[in-house]
Write a protein that binds this ligand. Structure first.
Ligand code: ZN
Length: 333
């Protein structure tokens, strides 16, 4: 408990609050900027277990704000959850940690969420947020949203049976098509988003998530910080938290080929692709290959293919879906 003495001294935590924190399992979806900062803060706060899921690997442009990663991780293209695990276990060797190098689809998210006391969104992806929201309201788990771009941030806690859900709030959310890859971001905006997010998580875990509930938004560059009450915003007709729930994001067909926002990259998941099939293609093409414990990387027709061992492929240097489908058919058809 010595490690947590200053947190226990704080009047709203105390020893009983600390015990609740140390009993908690947290699922963090995404190990980029938001997930780096939130997983480190929660590990240091003393949670029992963290479950991490992320589909990407570390690149040099991540290092400015993704605090768990180093130059070595970027040089070796270490999967983000692997780099995160290294650092988190240095900080907290007693932390229980499960990591998944996966795309976050509905079946995986439902399975992982079932074990968690709370879910934190670190995706910065609208569709995945709707999926987290549906899973959370179906399984009766609280979740905390966070987002940031440029110098702006927002965060909000959602609890089934207590607050409206994220889908109820979508019409009033600040509309933006900006992403970190197109408009940029400064690290303090990440820290602000996660400070709000983790504080909300700790309030929920220690049983102090009383009304009124707020969405918090701000701009750290302008030093502008606002909040608006959400308790009156529940929609009775909402398909995720209303009277007749259908959880539409859970039933949406899993997208097998998708553009990764702003990355000039397309992700492909296809039943024909396996580690063995990739090895076969590589030997047939006779191309030079960079093999790591997690993926094989090679160049083909001006694109760079990163083939993860579970059959998922990231195709870099293109965002043309039809071109990618043709290319995959040619290689694996
Ligand atoms: Zn709702």
């Amino acid at each position: 408990m010595k490690q947590y003495s200053r947190q226990i001294l704080y009047k709203n935590i105390g020893e009983s609050g600390q015990r609740k924190i140390m009993d908690a399992t947290v699922l963090i979806v995404g190990s980029g900027a938001l997930g780096s900062v939130s997983s480190e803060m929660l590990a240091r706060a003393g949670v029992k277990k963290i479950i991490l899921i992320d589909r990407d690997y570390v690149e040099a442009s991540n290092l400015q704000r993704q605090t768990l990663f180093t130059r070595k991780h970027a040089a070796e293209k270490t999967p983000k959850v692997v780099g995160a695990k290294e650092r988190l276990l240095e900080i907290r060797p007693d932390l229980e940690l499960d990591t998944y190098i996966n795309h976050c689809d509905a079946p995986l998210l439902e399975a992982l969420a079932a074990e968690a006391d709370i879910i934190l969104d670190g995706t910065d992806n609208f569709d995945t947020r709707l999926l987290i929201n549906d899973v959370a309201y179906k399984l009766n788990k609280p979740w905390v949203y966070a987002a940031c771009v440029e110098a702006s941030y927002s965060s909000c806690g959602f609890m089934p049976g207590v607050t409206p859900c994220y889908r109820c709030l979508v019409p009033v959310l600040p509309a933006t098509t900006l992403t970190c890859d197109t408009a940029g971001i400064i690290a303090p905006a990440v820290q602000m988003a996660v400070s709000e997010q983790v504080t909300t998580a700790i309030r929920i875990l220690t049983g102090q998530f009383e009304a009124p509930h707020y969405m918090r938004i701000g701009d750290i560059w302008e030093s502008e910080h606002r909040r608006f009450g959400i308790d009156q915003m529940k929609e009775d007709s909402c398909p995720s938290c209303g009277d007749n729930r259908t959880y539409p994001a859970l039933d949406a067909p899993a997208d097998q080929t998708m553009k990764l926002c702003g990355r000039d990259t397309v992700q492909v998941m296809d039943d024909r692709i396996s580690k063995e099939a990739v090895d076969k293609v590589i030997s047939k093409l006779g191309v030079k290959v960079n093999k790591t414990p997690y993926f094989s990387e090679f160049y083909y027709e001006d694109t760079r293919l990163v083939c993860f061992n579970n059959g998922r492929i990231l195709i870099h240097d293109t965002d043309e879906m039809s071109r990618v489908r043709t290319l995959i058919d040619r290689l694996f058809g």
